[in-house]
Write a protein that binds this ligand. Sequence first.
Ligand code: TRP
Ligand code: ZN
Length: 885
Amino acid sequence: MRTSTGQPIRLADYRPPDYLIDAVELDVSLHRHATRVVSTLAIRPNPAGRAGAALALDGDELQLVSIELDGNPLDPAAFAASPEKLVLANPPQIPFTLRIETQLDPAGNTKLMGLYRSGSAYCTQCEAEGFRRITYFLDRPDVLSTYVTRLEADKAEAPVLLANGNLEAHGDLEGTSRHFAVWRDPHKKPSYLFALVAGDLAHIADRFVTASGRKVDLGIYVEHGRQDRAAYAMDSLKRSMRWDEQEYGREYDLDVFNIVAVSDFNMGAMENKGLNVFNDKYVLALPETATDEDYAGIEAVIAHEYFHNWTGNRITCRDWFQLCLKEGLTVFRDQDFSAHERSAPVKRIADVRGLRAAQFPEDAGPLAHNVRPEIYHEINNFYTATVYQKGAEVIRMLKLLIGAPAFRAGMDLYFERYDGTAATIEDFLGCFAETSGRDLTDFKRWYSQAGTPLLTFRSAYDEAARSLTLDMAQATAPTRDQAVKLPLTIPIALGMIDAAGGEIALASADANPSELASGVLELTTASRRVTFTGVASRPTLSLLRGFSAPARVDDDLTEADLLILSRHDRDSFNRWQAMQSLATRLLLRAAGAIRAGQAPKIDADFVEAYGAILGEAQAGRIDAAFAAQALSLPSEGDIAREMERNVDPDAIFVARDSLRGALGRAHAPALARLHDSFGGAAHFSPDAASAGRRALRNAALLMLAAGKAEEGAQRAQRQLAGANNMTERFAALAALCLTPGAAREHALEAFARAHAADPLILDKWFILQAQIPEKETLARVRALMSHHAFSMSNPNRVRALIGGFSANQTQFNRADGAGYALLAEIVLTLDPTNPQVAARLLSGLRSWRSLEPQRQSKAQEALAGIAGKTQLSADVRDIVTRCLS
Ligand code: TRP
Ligand code: ZN
């Protein structure tokens, strides 16, 4: 195991490489346990590096077979080789060729980094530092090379041979059972974008013609028998390719674009040049196997990886500190694409939900870090919600601040100026400073300051003066390594509405005309006062419309204000937010009461507002997908986050459960009507409108089942039996899971039997059971770990069952600490074989300090137990150390 060296890597220490590698020829002869890799490198001293420096190539668990320099075996005295390094103390100071032969054991590679086997295929994962597990190399993103890859394998075992770029040659090796293929990628790229795939795979083919007429062959490779599940991914790919042309003027640049779906993958997918490798969860879908959410996930991830071709591949990162340069920007682009293809407000709500659920807790806990980190021990642990999601929010704010035309011009300039290079955040921002004529120095603080800012809004209406004074303030709490936080540049989209929902024109001497016209005020200092004039009666403020900045909000809106917003705000996001805020206030009060031994009170106004949305949804006056969002209560995690400290998940559960029950009982007839009228289309279509109707129907079923167990169960049974798609079938199963007993167990067993051959469907079944809020769940999870479909070596299975369990607020956070102990046990079991996944699971404990004291001490005990082990991977050591610091 590669354990931590303890030496952090710092942004401040960046130096250009001392050598460059212009061209790479890889000759890979594939065998399960003894693959031979011959790498021929065209190397030269880097004029920007240190003259005469040693050449230190990276390795990771490598076995060197032979090494030649300019065609001659290298004198053993001239180099030193270990599994982690290959050092030439005095390399030539003119261009030279190094030929390095290594031997690998792909079948024994459990880390899923480098060359490994998934099912019966060979595949690679090189980001961030996996290429060094294939051959010795300058494995850093600022070393850009052209690649020619020759693959050789057994014809029967691996009839398909794929690598980056265009296919140049292929053929049989006469007199043997083997064949070969040669792929050439003319675009210079960093080593993390290298990929190869070989195996007995089926594929579907299509064709895309770019705006300028280049014909591109598209292929999606899957396990045999799964071809019919790849159609939606192909459709998503073609729409993504068109969108990047239309929205950014960016065309595809090779003759081939291939995607391969594999079942063992550490993350979602990987943007290797011309050969994207995907977790099959983000490729495979049929109405009977995938939910609407799965379809949306496929569309988003296909788009994300495709968009990387320009934001990531053509322009890559100078170093891994700049990860958000490609990830935040590409998430922004895929979110925008999905918003365009579906409903923009609903997509925004889903993205903000995700940001708050994943990134806000990260930013509020011991793992908080800058969007652009400045120090790391293990780069794998920085593929985070902060780099990805908050990174995307920063781009979104930039666009809002400088306006769409300057944003597009800045992107054009960025592509023009940095194409073919490895760039930095400074390079990127410089383009927008230029096209907008704006100084972005202060804006850049978003990249270098961890923590979620808290926005405070206080307003005072002066009837005599017909004016409203709004005081805005920002503050970011100190984090471990940053005591003092500077003011951020925060775009605050806002509006004022009257009691009937009419929009009140913004007029003020304290704001720029452009701010008043766009409705986006800029808060660039700790506080700002703006007095709006010409306000005839007390208005209701709609603040942070569209969630215009990744901030927490403390406002002085009354519940009456929120009710007005929930009905009338023309900003759909804030209509949804108003319902969430009302429910959150109610649930926080209820949880407090329960903790104090009192009965929770349910607010009649909220119950009525909820009913009003049901009515509008029934009448078709609001979009079904939006209604489904407005009708789902804040999650237990949302409430816990709002509580901030001394969290008691049991009290939160009881509060939420009783509100759900009350809503379900009060509105049972309306919910039943929705369930009847939005149901069961004869023909399934995955489009957004149809998905929205199903989402509304399922939200109604769930709420009804929470209020009227009997009626809910009957409807769920009917839906389960009659559904022609997984979305409805799985929602019915989830509704049945609300009530313990034989009916639930039967339904679960039948579901498992029906889908025994489908691991991706069984993952849903694992998650569902792991999330049951009953004390028997711990034992159930343990039992499921022995289920024949479960495997510790498959990341999707582990994430479903164990990741699902650690998201179970009451059962993971059991007061006796048994949930934490189970997680710790699994992390330690998994660490030696797959440290990346082990570290990610462990981060489920990051919010431990916000818990009430008893749970805190149990969680700390579990963390300390892990920290006390001597043999930990760098990945787990890094997380556990930061969690305890
Ligand atoms: N670059 C990939 C993406 O965002 C992320 C990724 C895929 C990754 N596999 C990985 C990162 C393995 C680290 C390790 O699409
Ligand atoms: Zn990405």
